[in-house]
Design a protein. Structure first.
Length: 728
DNA sequence: TCCATTGACGTTTTT
DNA sequence: CGTCAATGGA
C-alpha cells in the first residue's frame, strides 16, 4: 500500500512516532513541533497500514475544540467517514459510556449533568441547610474540595480525616452532596470521570468487552491528565491495549486543577517497553525566540529534557519594554499594534497575553481609543448565560422534575409568590423525608402544609410544569424550547432590568430557540440511547459554546497565557512581566513546584510567537487601589541577555527598587527621530501642568504630539507645537 | 420584593 | 481601584 501521503510531510522523528511498531509510545512533543499532526497521522497509520478497525480506535483530548479539530483533520486524511471512530474529550466519552450503561453505573436513565455553577449553588444550599457559617465554610472551597477528591478517585469513605476537623467537615458536606445528587439524578463533571472509572471497576464483563474492542488508545495533551484520567486509561488498556500518548511536560500549566505532570514519567514506568520519541524541531518560531524559551525552561529541574530548534532564521530579537506604569505599558503595546497594522499586517495575527484576566481592561481601553478592533478570550459562554440557563432549567424540569438544581433556579422566576419562606419550607420537608424538592412540593400541597396563598402558588407551579410536560411531550425540540419560554413567562422576569440588558437577554433566548431548532441528534448519542432532549441538554452542559456569538474577523486577540496554549500568532506581547504578577505572588509563596509551573506558563507564552515577541513590565503598577513598585520578572533574567533588546532608554530619574541586574544591550533604534526635540523619559516643564516625564511621541512636523506623564496632573497628550514645553 | 449601598476580596479554566 | 455578592431599608 502506498503510504507516502502519511509520511511525506513528516520529519524523521515524526515518522518514527507515526510508524513505530512498539505497543506503547510516549511522544514528547515540544511547542510547535507538529504534535497534532503526528497524532492524526498515527491514527491514519493504524487504520490504513496496520488495518486496525476504525471501531477499535479511541482518541481522547481535553477540549471540545481539540476533539473537533482532530476529527476534522482525521477525516481529511482518511478520506472516509470518521463516525465509527471514538474521538472526544475525556468527559464526553465518559458521558457516553454512562449513558449506554446507566444501569450498571447505578444512575437513573434520565440523569442530568450539573455544571460548575449549578454545583456551587447546590453546595451553598447544603452548607446553609446544615446550619454552617458560610463565611467560614464557603461553597467555593467545598466545590474545590469535592472536585479535588473526585479527581483523585476518592469517595467520602476513602478519605482519612480523623485528625483534621476541617477535613471532617468537608467530608460531611461531600456526603450530603452525594445524597442530593443521587436523589436528583445529577452528575457533575468530575463525577462523570469517576463513575466511568468505577463502572469498569465494578463490571468486569463490561471492561473486558471494551478492552477487546478498543485496542488502540491515543491521548492528546497527556501532561494535563489527572489521577482519575490516568487510572481510566490504564484500566482500559489492561494488558492488551496499545497506548499512544502525546504531551509536553514543559507545557504542563494545570497542576493547580489536578493535572499531574508525573503521569508522563509514570507512563514509562507503568507500561511495558514504552518507546519514547522526542519532537524537537519547531516549525513555528524564530531561532531567537526558541533559544530564549529553551534557556528559560532550562531553569526547571524535574524535566524529561528537550531542546527546541528550528531550521528557519534567527529573526528579530525579543524586545523588552520597561514601562513607567501600567498605562504606559498599554499605550506602548497599542502603539506597536498600530504600527503593525500600518504596515499592512492583520490584526488577528497579533495577540496580547497576560497572567491575570483583570489585566485585559486597560488594553481594551487603549485599543478602543485607538480604534483597533479586538477580541477578549474567556468570559461567559453562551450556555452559561443566566437567561439561557434559566430557560434550560425549565426544559430540564420537563425531562426530570426531580432536578433540584433546576427547580430551585426557576421556581420563582418570574416571581409567582413563592418566596424565600415557602422555598425553605419545601427544603425543610425535603430534607426531613429524604425527598427531592419536587416530591416535597407535591407532599406539602397534599398535606396542606402551606398557608393558603403559598399553597395555591406552589400547586400552580406544579400544574405549570406538569401541563407543559404533558402537552409538549411530542413536540419538536425547538418548539419545546419556545413553548417553555413562553409558558413560563420567563421574559417577565427580565422586564425590570435596564432596557439594553433585557434586549440582549431576549436576543439570547431567541438564539437558544434557534439552537434547539437546528439541533440534530448526533448518531453517537442516538446509539447511546439518548433522546433529542437529553442529548441537547448534555451538549449544553458539556460544550458551553463559543465565548461569544459574534463573528471575530480580524481582531487583535487578548487573552491569558493559559488560554493561549495551543495557539500561535506572528506577533505576541507578554505584558506584566513583573515579580509578584508573573510569576504570581501566590505561586511564590506556595510550596515548591508552583514556581516551576509559572515558568512553564512563561514558556508557553513565549512559544506562541512566530515572528516577533515583545515583553513588557511596569515599574509602577496600580493594584488593588495602591501604587506598587515592581521588580522586573525573574524570568526576564533567565533569558540570555544577548537575545533581549531593551527598546526604551532608561529614564533620567532613578528607578526605585530596581535590583542589580546584568547590564542589557540597549538601543533606541526605532524610537529616536531627529524631529523630536525631547528624548523619551526626559523630564519637562509645562506652564500649567508642571513637571512631567515624556513617554511617547506621535506623528511628525507640525502635527507631532507628545505624551507627557505629569507628576500632579497625570498623563496627557499634547500637540508639541502649542505645548510650550521646557527641558529641565 | 426590589434597588441601593456597603463590604470583602483580589491567579490561572475546561469539562 | 473595580467587581461581585450580600444586606438592609423603602
Amino acid at each position: 500500500m502506498d503510504v507516502s501521503h502519511l509520511l511525506d510531510e513528516l520529519n524523521e522523528a515524526q515518522r518514527e512516532a507515526v510508524t513505530a511498531d512498539s505497543d506503547h509510545l510516549l511522544v514528547l512533543a515540544g511547542a510547535g513541533s507538529g504534535k497534532t499532526r503526528v497524532l492524526i497521522h498515527r491514527l491514519a497509520w493504524l487504520i490504513q497500514v496496520e488495518h486496525a478497525s476504525p471501531l477499535s480506535v479511541l482518541a481522547v483530548t481535553f477540549t471540545n475544540k481539540a476533539a473537533g479539530e482532530m476529527r476534522e483533520r482525521a477525516g481529511k486524511l482518511l478520506q472516509v467517514s470518521t463516525r465509527p471512530l471514538w474521538i472526544g474529550t475525556f468527559h464526553g466519552i465518559a458521558h457516553r459510556l454512562l449513558r449506554m450503561h446507566w444501569k450498571e453505573a447505578g444512575l437513573p436513565e434520565e440523569f442530568q449533568i450539573l455544571d460548575s455553577e449549578d454545583q456551587q449553588r447546590l453546595l451553598r444550599r447544603i452548607i446553609r441547610d446544615e446550619g454552617m457559617d458560610e463565611a467560614h465554610w464557603p461553597a467555593r472551597q467545598a466545590q474545590w474540595f469535592i472536585n479535588a477528591r473526585k479527581d483523585e478517585g476518592e469517595r467520602p469513605q476513602h478519605i482519612d480525616h480523623l485528625d483534621h476537623p476541617a477535613t471532617a467537615t468537608w467530608v460531611q458536606v461531600y456526603r450530603r452532596y452525594e445524597e442530593y445528587c443521587k436523589r436528583g439524578g445529577l452528575v457533575d463533571f468530575a463525577e462523570l470521570l469517576l463513575r466511568a472509572h468505577e463502572l469498569w471497576l465494578e463490571s468486569p464483563p463490561l471492561l473486558d468487552h471494551y478492552r477487546k474492542r478498543l485496542r488502540h488508545l491515543l491521548v492528546d495533551e497527556f501532561q494535563d491528565t489527572n489521577a482519575i484520567q490516568y487510572a481510566w486509561v490504564r484500566m482500559l488498556a489492561g494488558d492488551t491495549g496499545r497506548v499512544f500518548v502525546v504531551g509536553d511536560d514543559d507545557q504542563s500549566i494545570y497542576g493547580w486543577r489536578g493535572a499531574r505532570v508525573e503521569n508522563v514519567q509514570h507512563f514509562v514506568r507503568d507500561f511495558p517497553d514504552v518507546r519514547t520519541v522526542r519532537l524537537e524541531q519547531n516549525y513555528r518560531s524564530t531561532g531567537n525566540i526558541l533559544q530564549a524559551a529553551n534557556a528559560l525552561i532550562a531553569h526547571n529541574e524535574a524535566r524529561m529534557g528537550k531542546e527546541l530548534w528550528t531550521a528557519g532564521p534567527k529573526g528579530a530579537p525579543i524586545r523588552l519594554y520597561a514601562a513607567f506604569n501600567e498605562q504606559d505599558e498599554a499605550r506602548f503595546v497599542v502603539d506597536q499594534l498600530r504600527q503593525w497594522l500600518d504596515h499592512g499586517r492583520r490584526a488577528d495575527d497579533a495577540a496580547v497575553l497576560y497572567r491575570t484576566t483583570a489585566q485585559s481592561r486597560l488594553f481594551e481601553e487603549y485599543l478602543l481609543r485607538a480604534n483597533i478592533p479586538y477580541r477578549v478570550y474567556g468570559g461567559q459562554r453562551f450556555f452559561e448565560r443566566t437567561e439561557v440557563k434559566d430557560a434550560l432549567a425549565y426544559l430540564r424540569l420537563l425531562h426530570n422534575p426531580n432536578d433540584d438544581a433546576a427547580l430551585e433556579r426557576v421556581i420563582n422566576k418570574p416571581t409567582r409568590a413563592i418566596g424565600e419562606k415557602t422555598v425553605s419550607q419545601l427544603r425543610e420537608q425535603a430534607r426531613e423525608s429524604g425527598l427531592t424538592l419536587w416530591q416535597a412540593a407535591g407532599a406539602c400541597v397534599a398535606q396542606g402544609t402551606f398557608a393558603t396563598r403559598a399553597g395555591t402558588a406552589v400547586s400552580a407551579f406544579i400544574r405549570l410544569v406538569e401541563g407543559m410536560r404533558d402537552r409538549m411531550q411530542d413536540w419538536a425540540l425547538g418548539n419545546q424550547m419556545q413553548g417553555v419560554i413562553d409558558e413560563s413567562r420567563l421574559v417577565d422576569h427580565y422586564e425590570k432590568e435596564p432596557r439594553e440588558r433585557m434586549e440582549t437577554r431576549i436576543e439570547n433566548l431567541r438564539e437558544l430557540v434557534n439552537a434547539a431548532d437546528a439541533f440534530i441528534l448526533p448518531q453517537e448519542d442516538a446509539d447511546a440511547g439518548l433522546t433529542e432532549l437529553q442529548s441537547f441538554l448534555s451538549h449544553a452542559a458539556l460544550e458551553a459554546g463559543e465565548t461569544q456569538g459574534e463573528s471575530w474577523d480580524d481582531c487583535v486577540q487578548l487573552m491569558t497565557m493559559h488560554s493561549a496554549k495551543g495557539l500561535e500568532f506572528p506577533l505576541v506581547f507578554i505584558a506584566g512581566m513583573e515579580d509578584g504578577l508573573f510569576p504570581h505572588q501566590r505561586s511564590l509563596e506556595e510550596a515548591s513546584g508552583r514556581l516551576e509551573e509559572e515558568r512553564r506558563l512563561c514558556y508557553v507564552g513565549m512559544t506562541r510567537a512566530r515572528e516577533q515577541l515583545y515583553l513588557s513590565y511596569a515599574e509602577i503598577r496600580r493594584m488593588h487601589g495602591s501604587e506598587n513598585f515592581c521588580r522586573p520578572s525573574r524570568f526576564i533574567d533567565e533569558m540570555p541577555a544577548g537575545l533581549v533588546e531593551e527598546i526604551r532608554p532608561r529614564m533620567a530619574t532613578s528607578r526605585p527598587y530596581r535590583s542589580a541586574q546584568p547590564a542589557r544591550q540597549r538601543t533606541s533604534s526605532n524610537l529616536t527621530d531627529s524631529s523630536w526635540p525631547f528624548k523619551l523619559g526626559q523630564v519637562v516643564l509645562h506652564p500649567k501642568f508642571g513637571e512631567g516625564t515624556v513617554m511617547a511621541f506621535e506623528g511628525s512636523g507640525e502635527h507631532t504630539r507628545v505624551h507627557v506623564n505629569f507628576r500632579d496632573a497625570g498623563a496627557k497628550w499634547l500637540v508639541l507645537a502649542y505645548a510650550n514645553l521646557q527641558a529641565r
